[in-house]
Design a protein around this ligand. Sequence first.
Ligand SMILES: Nc1ncnc2c1ncn2[C@@H]1O[C@H](COP(=O)(O)OP(=O)(O)OP(=O)(O)O)[C@@H](O)[C@H]1O
Ligand SMILES: [Mg+2]
Length: 185
Amino acid sequence: MKKVVVITGTPCSGKTTISREVSRRLPSCELISANDLVKGKNLFTGYSKNGEMIADMRRLSAEIGRRIKGSEKDVVIVEGHLLCDLKVRGAVAITIREHLGTLLSRMEKRGYAHKKIEDNIVAESIDYCGVNASGNYVEAYEILSGPRAAASVVSIISGKKGGMGGIDMLEELNGILKKLGKAAI
Ligand SMILES: Nc1ncnc2c1ncn2[C@@H]1O[C@H](COP(=O)(O)OP(=O)(O)OP(=O)(O)O)[C@@H](O)[C@H]1O
Ligand SMILES: [Mg+2]
């Protein structure tokens, strides 16, 4: 039976990089990017005041379902930060975690607006994606981004588990807020 894997996590945590590496390691794997679907198939309802697309979650979910059903590969990976707020039937969810300082420098490098950087840093510190994924998926794991992440994902897909629990980024928050010129909480 086809195995469906959702890879989610805060923007810039490394989802696309890791998913591509995993799909190269597996003999029969299709990789679907939720972000590409939203853009490529116009699955958005409008733009936020920062000019970002607001995904149409209902149509995105239906499109993902169709793509999974139509795939002839043994493993289908669907990746994107939006996936933690969806329920992809039968999928195992893996949340990619990353240290706040690394996220900060990656987002700055991408030229993200201050507000977006701050929101994403706070989201990672409270494990927004991981918490929601564990509510939306029957089987949910968290792994730390980095050079061993792809191997950990492959190990989870092959049933050897290996996911980590209790990755805590919250204690890094005040240091990062200070860097951003914000009051500690
Ligand atoms: N292990 C790594 N070491 C160094 N840089 C990395 C690593 N993983 C990802 N990056 C870099 O971090 C940036 C974000 O990675 P990536 O695009 O994979 O994240 P993402 O989670 O898919 O982000 P988004 O949610 O915006 O799609 C990229 O510039 C990528 O090259
Ligand atoms: Mg990506």
